[in-house]
Design a protein around this ligand. Structure first.
Ligand code: UDP
Length: 247
C-alpha cells in the first residue's frame, strides 16, 4: 500500500531512496506507463496556484520529496517523510540498475547537443547502459509526433523528460497514451545538464548539511527569484497546519 502525505495539496510518498528505487524497478517490469515526479517547494507552490498541474502531480505513481524544504514541510505538518529523495540521485540509482538489464533509456530535453553529450558520459559512467535515443527539449507542437515516433522506435523502457518543472509533467501527462514501449517516465528537470557536465552538483559536504540550495544560489545568483519560493512555502505550510487544527 502506498503511504503518502499531502503538502499544500500535493501528494508526496513517504519513501526512502531505497524504497523509491524498488518501486521504480517494479514500474519497469509492469505493463503500462508509470510516472515519477520529484516536487521541490517551488513546484508545490506553483501547483497550489494551478489546479491542472496539481492534478497531474497527484496522478503520478510516485512523487518524492526533492529538496530539504519539502522534508521540513512534512515534519511541520506532523507527517514526516523518511528522507529527501532528489530526482538526480534517484535517476542515478535507476540507471545503475538499468545497466545490468536489457532495458534502454531515452534522454529527452535540454538544449540541442546536451542530451548527446549526456549519453556519452552516461555510457562511460554506467558501462553496459543502453542509451537508445536522445532528443533536445526545444520543439514546437508540430514536432511532437516525430519525437513520439523516435521514442517508440527506440524501444526505450525508461524515458527521462527534462524540460523543466511543469512543462515536463504536462508533456508526460499529454503524451503517455502514445507510448508503446516506455514503462516509466520521469520528469527530472536539469538532470541532463548535470550528466553532460554543464551544471555541477554541489560538493557532498553541502548536500550532507542540507545546503545544496545555498551552493546553487552562490553559483547562479540569478536564481534568487526561484529561491524566494522557499520561505513562502514554509509560511504556507504553517498556515495549512493552523487550518488543519481548526477543522
Ligand atoms: N528546457 C527544455 N525545454 C524548454 C525549457 C527548458 O529542454 O522549453 C530544459 C533546460 O534546457 C534545462 C531544463 O529544461 O536543461 C530545466 O532545468 P532547470 O534546472 O530549470 O530545471 P528545474 O529546476 O525546473 O527542475
Amino acid at each position: 500500500m502506498r503511504k503518502t502525505v499531502k503538502i499544500l495539496g500535493v501528494k508526496i510518498d513517504k519513501v526512502t531512496e531505497k524504497e523509491a528505487l524498488s518501486r521504480a524497478k517494479g514500474f519497469l517490469k509492469k505493463e503500462g506507463v508509470s510516472k515519477i515526479y520529484t516536487p521541490n517547494p517551488e513546484i508545490i507552490m506553483t501547483a497550489k496556484e494551478d489546479s491542472e498541474f496539481m492534478e497531474i502531480l497527484n496522478n503520478a505513481d510516485l512523487c518524492t520529496a526533492d529538496g530539504i524544504g519539502v522534508v521540513y514541510g512534512a515534519k511541520i505538518l506532523g507527517t514526516p517523510v523518511p528522507q529527501r529523495v532528489a530526482g538526480f540521485d534517484l535517476t542515478c540509482k535507476i540507471l545503475e540498475y538499468l545497466k545490468d538489464t536489457e532495458d534502454g533509456v531515452f534522454l529527452f530535453g535540454a538544449k540541442p547537443g546536451v542530451a548527446d553529450i549526456a549519453k556519452q558520459k552516461l555510457v562511460e559512467k554506467y558501462p553496459g547502459l543502453r542509451v537508445v535515443g536522445t532528443n533536445d527539449g526545444y520543439f514546437t507542437e508540430e514536432d511532437i509526433p516525430m519525437i513520439i515516433g523516435k521514442i517508440n522506435e527506440s524501444g526505450a523502457r525508461l524515458l527521462l523528460v527534462c524540460l523543466g518543472a511543469k512543462k515536463q509533467e504536462k508533456w508526460i501527462n499529454d503524451n503517455q497514451d502514445k507510448m508503446t514501449t516506455v514503462r516509466l517516465c520521469m520528469g527530472v528537470g536539469g538532470t541532463l545538464d548535470v550528466f553532460a557536465g554543464n551544471v555541477k552538483r554541489a560538493p557532498k559536504i553541502f548536500i550532507k548539511l542540507n545546503l545544496e540550495w545555498l551552493y546553487r544560489l552562490l553559483k547562479q545568483p540569478s536564481r534568487i527569484g526561484r529561491f524566494a519560493a522557499l520561505p513562502k512555502f514554509i509560511v504556507e505550510v504553517f498556515k495549512s497546519k493552523k487550518g488543519m487544527k481548526k477543522k
